[in-house]
Structure formats: C-alpha cells, structure tokens
Design a protein around this ligand. Sequence first.
Ligand SMILES: *Cc1c(COP(=O)(O)O)cnc(C)c1O
Length: 402
Amino acid sequence: MDAGLDTILKARLAALSEAKRLRRLRPWHWQNGALHDVDGRALIDASSNDYLGLSQHPLVKARAAEWAQRHGAGAPASRLVTGTRDITLAVEQKLAAFKRCEAALLFSSGFQANATVIPALATVMRSGIPGVGAGETAIFSDELNHASIVHGCRVARAKTQVFRHKDLDQLDHLLQQNTGRKLILTESVFSMDGDRADLPALVQLAERHGATLYVDEAHATGVLGPQGRGLAAECGGGVDVVMGTLGKAFGAFGAYVAGSRALIDWLVNCCPGFIYTTALPPAVLGAVDAALDLVPDMDQERARLAQNSQRLRDVLSLRNYDTLGSSTQIIPAVIGSEEDALAAAQRLEDAGVLAVAIRPPTVPEGTSRLRFALGSALDEAAMQHLLLTVATHLPPRPSKPG
Ligand SMILES: *Cc1c(COP(=O)(O)O)cnc(C)c1O
C-alpha cells in the first residue's frame, strides 16, 4: 500500500474541510412516495431532476421490471460485440422519432456522451473533407456549459474559446476571427441558472459561419418544446448534434445523441465512449421505452410544472432574490457567500423542504445559491408548503440600489 498517497489525500481533504468545501454523500431513503432523511423525516424534494415524476411512474417501473425478467439483468457486452439487442435498436429508433431526427444512439450517461462525443467530433472535423484537405478546428463553448462539456473540450485537442454566457455578439466576433471548421457547444436549458439559450439565433449564427451546432438538452428533454421533444425540436433540423439525458425527466438512466444517419453511423465506428463500454441493461431500456410512450402526452404535467415554477419565482422575487433569468423548472436563488447559502439550505431543510446549496466550483465565486428544481409530481399541498416555507424561512435580500 502506498502510504504516501493516503498522506497526500488526507492533507488535501483537510484543506477542503478547512475551506468549508468538503462534500459528503448523504443517504436518502425513498418510502411511501417521499424522500426521507436518515432520521426518518419526510422532506419535500425541491432539488431533483425527476421533472415529470417518471422514475416513480407505474408503467415505467413495470416495464423496467418486465424487460429485466425477459432479457436479463445486464447487457452481456459492448454494443459492437453482442450488446446490441433488438430492443436496443428499437428504443433508439423510437428516440430518433421522438426527437424528429434521422437516427439516435444511446450512451451510458450524459457525462460519458459529452466527454467522448465532443473530442470525437473535433477529431473528425480536423480530418477535413476529402479533396479539400484537413483544417484547424476551433470549439466555441458557453461559459456556463456543464462540467461534462468542459471535460470534452479539454480532451479534444482543439482550440477552445469560451464565450460569455449567451453573448451571441461575442460569439459572432470569435467565429469571424477563426478560419477552419467550427463547433459551437451550448445547453438548451442551463443546468445551474435555469435560463434558455436562444437556439434559433444560434442556428442562424452557425449557418452564417458554416459552424456545427451541438446542443445539450439534459434539462429540456421531456419538459420543453412541442410534446417535450426539447428546444432543438423547435428549430426545424437546424441543430446538427442533439444530446440529452434519460436520467432526468425520463426518470431512467443513460443518455442519447440524435442527428443525421451519417453522424450516428460515424459515432458507432469512431467514438471510444460508445465502442469500449458495456451496453445499457434491459431494465433501463424498458424504463426509457415506457417513458417514450408517456412523455408526448404529458402536456398537462408540463403546464403545471411551468405554472408552479413561476409561482416559486414570484415568491423569491418578492423577497428580492435574483433568479438569474430562469424561465424553467430550474430556479436559482442567488445568495452570494457559501456560508449563507448553506445556512439558508439548512433553514429550509429544518422546515421540511430540501433545496440544496450549490457552491463553487460548480457555480462562479460569489454566486452561491439555492438551486430549486421542481417536478410535476409535487402536488398542490406540497407546493403550498414549499412556497410558504420559502416565504417565511428565507431572509429577504436587501433590495437592489436604484
Ligand atoms: C446532468 C447533466 C449531464 C450529465 O448527464 P448524466 O446522464 O447524469 O451523466 C450532462 N449535461 C448536463 C447539462 C447535465 O445537466
């Protein structure tokens, strides 16, 4: 055993603890349709990504169990070996139809998809068009993009330029300064601020500069766009690469990339994070299959979710909290210091509401916040308790000068 390693680790952990940045895993317990803490206290969950409550939907759970019974607990191999079952391809076809794309490909997780598809794309773009030749490839990434996108950029061995959050003028300028192939990366709903990218404008910008547009729909899939198809579905095929996750509104696990047939065929052949990993297990495929049956018809749930999100924003605004342009089910309440954010989360938790504090490095310094993430499964009683708790337990912020 390397005692040296443990010594280094312990010193680093002590430093994190000293800086009050040590994170610990807290176990939760699911019982009678509610989240419970270790002391057995039920909490209103205002921080999870199960936006449509599908992880607990009877049809989703039943099909997960049924497909596990029928096809086994695990996939036996990677996709290019014997991991591609007929059910895998059927779910991918169903996903492609849902996303109105030619084809779709499943991935083990959203992190894995972003971390591996972005570098794979940068590589093939660099190889260039036959006869035209290879070229430099530059990546343009919104500063608030998810850690998995940042990771993908880091390993892509391409010049990455980070543009200010949603600043399309700056992006336009950066695109102009670059020759060669260009890849623009954005989320459609930003995971920490809950605001939306202007996808139609990004599509236009990408077209004008001959750039490829890659959109992460982790928080929009199932929730936004026509029948929950995501915001890219409103852009008439203008988004080249659509990525999304299945562990959020779909209530299951995994992720997908959707786009042209050529894109998917090429990823099957050349994307390491697809090739060298075990296929998704049947239970997960069953859950995704059931979610795909349900999601298009959940307009009522989506409307309720939007309404409830607005109600929470209204209560927060009355107390002068900045919700950072949120227009979705993700609602930040900016507090500032890490200590104050943690204290606010604790106050809510003591009153029976779980709204986690998000701190650097997940969000920029000085913008520590509570991050609410609502789900349509919160009934009216829970919603009223949540709003009342926020109104009575969060201290009002000083009003902005001017
Ligand atoms: C959650 C998330 C991911 C990662 O997806 P997982 O399937 O949980 O690994 C990627 N991108 C964004 C924007 C996310 O919020």
